[in-house]
Design a binder for this molecule. Structure first.
Ligand code: ADP
Ligand code: GLC
Length: 515
């Protein structure tokens, strides 16, 4: 990790001012009137999920919040596929353009809606690709759609076509902001077509790369010449994510620590060499995610009772409610929560193994999540083994998750890696102290012994050590409340991240002008 050359992330952090008090570097970029020139204002934010409609993980929350936060500086519009969840909310979408077919990708209409708070959202209307029951990526059983290459190449190409300015929308983006592999191909299409539009690719999770067989090159319009080590080829496969890293003007990821981690062989998922090059060029930046204002226990309507550091009674009431909701016995011991996708990344197996010790120490555990069958089954068995002490709900429901953050004392998040992680920030703002591995965004957002408990090794002994420390803190009401207060006072506002993106956008646009 130390071998990594200078990180652009460090520079962007100096810009991390609130818009209320923009620091000089950012103010200079915006010009003397604090406004951007017209040719640098229009951003198309391209995403495969958005909590307004459908959310599979943190990307949905980020896509709902960041464009809105950036809206104070830029004219940001969002582009998203017209999934069933989108068209169901907007049955009468205004069609504003027809995007032509290309290669094996079908033609589609482009719809436009305005959210109640004024955000313009472009929607790709292509029922044969998107009008399905399930998540953005797969069916109700979690099996990926077999035509995901076509579905997301269509998203990438639509973004590139809009950026080409050849459609009469009255609005042509000055920059594409792409997110993860599903939209990454946009930057490659732009390059192959020779359109001069800068792009920023944000990697939310390097482990998902969008790998497809080389026989798919032609239907996706990938030139044979690009299928090589300096292009889109990854161990004999076509990689959408690698395409984005190769062709985007700038790459960001969602915490500074993860930006460094992905340049190491241990955590680079085979792309560390390329990412080291990007870092050396000053084109890899870590910008921490934020959380939106709805995460406030004083005002959150999902909670049975509100609370604040000045009055903890509501927190106790939420704990009682969660215990009831999950069928737990009445208890004065610590309540641990897990709110997570149930996948290897999240270390849920470690959380399962730690439960016996938690219960022995007088604690209880509530879990909500959905994902891999062995983990789901392991959790359900746990609930049977410890009736009244462990409650498990397989599913995905925002309101339950919020009540769990509010009612629990501790959040278990023993992730093996974590690009940023939002749950630990949500938990802190609701006074639940995270117990987490010191990695990625967890390391950047949790202060060990102050707002939560960190451990190093991805192993049971290390997690148990942190749990002992947590139970110890729980025994002293004063210590516990001091930590809760510290956690709740942390500032995870989006305005700070938005300033980091403004800096990166400015650099991507000026590099393009200089090129
Ligand atoms: P990731 O995107 O890797 O899943 P994050 O912590 O960034 O991890 O974001 C996960 C988001 O999904 C958080 O908003 C979390 O509260 C939410 N979430 C995860 N699992 C569930 C669940 N079973 N029910 C409700 N919300 C969940
Ligand atoms: C990914 C990561 C998670 C991050 C989220 C939003 O799903 O796994 O760590 O918080 O994206 O950026």
């Amino acid at each position: 990790m130390n071998a990594v050359p200078s990180f652009a992330g460090a520079r962007s952090a100096t810009v991390g001012a609130h818009f209320g008090g923009l620091d000089e570097a950012l103010a200079a970029k915006l010009g003397s009137r604090g406004e951007l020139p017209d040719a640098a204002r229009k951003i198309l934010y391209v995403t495969s999920e958005m909590t307004d409609f459908v959310k599979a993980g943190g990307l949905g929350d980020v896509s709902a919040a960041l464009p809105r936060s950036l809206g104070r500086l830029y004219d940001v519009r969002v582009l998203i596929p017209g999934y069933r969840q989108v068209t169901a909310l907007h049955p009468d979408i205004e069609v504003v353009a027809r995007l032509e077919a290309a290669f094996g990708l079908p033609a589609c209409d482009l719809g436009r809606v305005r959210s109640p708070d004024g955000l313009t959202i472009y929607i790709i209307l292509c029922p044969e690709l998107y009008d399905r029951e399930g998540s953005p990526y797969g069916d109700a059983h979690g099996v990926d759609w077999a035509d995901n290459d076509i579905r997301f190449a269509r998203l990438g190409l639509a973004a590139a076509q809009l950026a080409s300015g050849r459609h009469d929308l009255g609005w042509t983006p000055n920059l594409l902001h792409l997110n993860d592999w599903p939209s990454a191909l946009a930057s490659a299409y732009v390059a192959w077509k020779g359109w001069r539009v800068p792009s920023v690719l944000t990697i939310h999770n390097l482990a998902y790369q969008g790998l497809f067989d080389r026989t798919r090159l032609s239907p996706l319009g990938v030139p044979d010449t690009a299928f090589q080590i300096d292009g889109v080829e990854f161990y004999g496969k076509l990689s959408f994510l690698k395409a984005g890293i190769v062709y985007a003007s700038h790459v960001t990821t969602v915490s500074e620590t993860y930006a460094q981690e992905i340049t190491t062989p241990e955590m680079g998922c085979g792309l560390d060499g390329l990412l080291r090059r990007r870092a050396a060029e000053g084109r890899l930046t870590g910008i921490l995610n934020g959380i939106d204002e709805s995460w406030d226990p004083r005002t959150d309507g999902h909670l049975g009772a509100s609370f604040s550091p000045e009055d903890w009674r509501g927190k106790a009431a939420n704990a009682d409610e969660v215990r009831k909701e999950f069928g737990l016995a009445v208890s004065r011991g610590p309540l641990f929560a897990v709110v997570s996708r149930l996948v290897h990344q999240k270390g849920v197996d470690l959380a399962i193994e730690s439960t016996e010790s938690i219960v022995r120490q007088g604690g209880q555990v509530v879990v909500t999540g959905r994902g891999e069958a062995p983990l789901e089954n392991g959790l359900l068995q746990l609930a049977q083994r410890y009736p009244g002490q462990v409650g498990v709900r397989i599913g995905y429901e925002e309101s339950t998750a919020r009540r769990m953050f509010a009612g629990s004392d501790f959040l278990l998040m023993p992730s093996r890696f974590e690009p940023c992680g939002l749950s630990q920030m949500y938990a802190q703002s609701f006074g639940s102290l995270p117990i987490a591995r010191e990695t990625g965004g967890l390391a950047d957002t949790i202060e060990d012994g102050v707002t939560g408990f960190l451990f190093r090794d991805p192993a049971l002994y290390a997690l148990l050590g942190a749990i002992y420390r947590a139970v110890d803190a729980f025994k002293s009401r004063r210590k516990l409340n001091t930590m809760r207060r510290a956690a709740m006072s942390r500032n995870f506002q989006w305005t700070r991240s938005a300033a980091g993106y403004a800096d990166v956008y400015g650099r991507a646009m000026s590099d393009r002008v200089a090129a």
